[in-house]
Design a protein around this ligand. Structure first.
Ligand code: ZN
Length: 151
């Protein structure tokens, strides 16, 4: 089983969706975007569930850690949480969701495209003492220049 994002729900052939798990909130989203698709999904689509509150917390926290939280919709968070609570691979082309999975060490794959290979969190690191700073050009501790580095 795999957790499918809404792009997969809208574009994949029905037989490929049978093995999927999706959030109930995605069903509402599909109804808005494609009422005919919604009818098919309701009768013969994937399994629809609500994520657990603790999985939602984990998804929220992980996306805040990577800085992706503000770019994610409530439905996106449901999908992420469902992936975490079921342990299933997340199928998504959304770079933010891929990034959060990567951060959590959770398996994911793209619906169509190739996704990010590395977690895109960066830090400003002092070239002198190695301290991590939030902003600025020079270190507040030792005055050495700061350099942007992948974490
Ligand atoms: Zn320093």
């Amino acid at each position: 089983m795999e957790v499918l994002d809404t792009a997969a729900l809208l574009t994949w052939p029905l037989e490929m969706l049978m093995q999927g798990i999706c959030a109930n909130s995605q069903l509402d989203e599909v109804q808005r975007l494609s009422p005919s698709r919604h009818l098919m999904l309701e009768s013969q689509g994937p399994r629809f569930e609500d994520p657990t509150p603790s999985a939602l917390d984990a998804a929220t926290k992980a996306s805040q850690d990577t800085g992706d939280f503000t770019g994610l919709s409530p439905v996106d968070l449901d999908v992420l949480a469902l992936a975490f609570s079921t342990g299933c691979t997340l199928v998504t082309d959304d770079y933010r969701m891929q990034n959060v999975c990567q951060h959590k060490g959770h398996p994911w794959r793209g619906v169509i495209q190739d996704g990010v290979r590395e977690v895109r969190t960066h830090a400003l690191v002092c070239t002198g003492c190695g301290e991590i700073q939030q902003e600025g050009q020079t270190c507040t501790a030792c005055g050495s220049p700061l350099k942007m580095r992948r974490q």
